[in-house]
Design a protein around this ligand. Structure first.
Ligand SMILES: Nc1nc2c(ncn2[C@@H]2O[C@H](COP(=O)(O)OP(=O)(O)OP(=O)(O)O)[C@@H](O)[C@H]2O)c(=O)[nH]1
Ligand SMILES: [Mg+2]
Length: 178
């Protein structure tokens, strides 16, 4: 009976994962959060003041996602939340090459912080339904080749069209824990 209970506990136990969604204002963080939770609506999002928090379940993992405001005045808060999360989803507007240097400045600021050491980072190149930069351009523009301590990857997506959202979730839940 005891052994049976232990097996049942193992089968039904849910793993956990806290994810921090960061990136410049207008990059599409809130749209991605809604797409991941299956609650994306056709109406436009509004700029996030403070943050949104949502929970979703996938493959026995309960993921809590913190979508922080990307406007300049909120960015000082990023590190505080990022340090508490298991992994980071960093969103780049792949259709806006003009703001790539600003995005590079912000991701490098995060990577240089000790609280960030070794946290896995998934960089999503969002808005790929529009004319957009290729992942190689984003890797070069954000200086990602110099990342040594963190697991990272770049995935082109369109949150609006829900393209490759399951791939994003799959990558993230790989870092869930008991
Ligand atoms: N074409 C296109 N537009 C998108 C996509 N994702 C988001 N958008 C649009 O980009 C704008 C900004 O999206 P948000 O999700 O609010 O951006 P955010 O990063 O949360 O912005 P802040 O909350 O200000 O930090 C909105 O008009 C969205 O509809 C996408 O995949 N394709
Ligand atoms: Mg937002």
């Amino acid at each position: 009976m005891g052994a049976l209970l232990a097996v049942a506990k193992r089968i039904f136990a849910t793993k956990k994962l806290d994810v921090c969604i960061l990136g410049l204002d207008n990059s599409g963080k809130t749209t991605i959060l809604e797409a991941m939770c299956g609650t994306l609506q056709l109406k436009n999002t509004v700029p996030t003041i403070g943050m949104n928090v949502k929970q979703l379940k996938s493959n026995g993992v309960t993921m809590k996602a913190f979508d922080l405001g990307g406007q300049q005045r909120f960015r000082s808060e990023w590190l505080r939340y990022a340090a508490e999360c298991d992994c980071i989803l960093y969103v780049v507007d792949a259709a806006d090459e003009r703001r790539l240097p600003e995005s590079r400045y912000e991701i490098n600021r995060l990577l240089e912080d000790a609280g960030f050491a070794q946290k896995p980072i998934l960089i999503v190149a969002n808005k790929c339904d529009l004319p957009h930069m290729e992942p190689e351009r984003i890797i070069q523009g954000l200086n990602l080749d110099y990342i040594t301590d963190n697991r990272w990857a770049v995935v082109p997506i369109s949150a609006m069209q829900r393209t490759r959202i399951p791939e994003v979730i799959k990558w993230l839940v790989g870092y869930a824990h008991n």
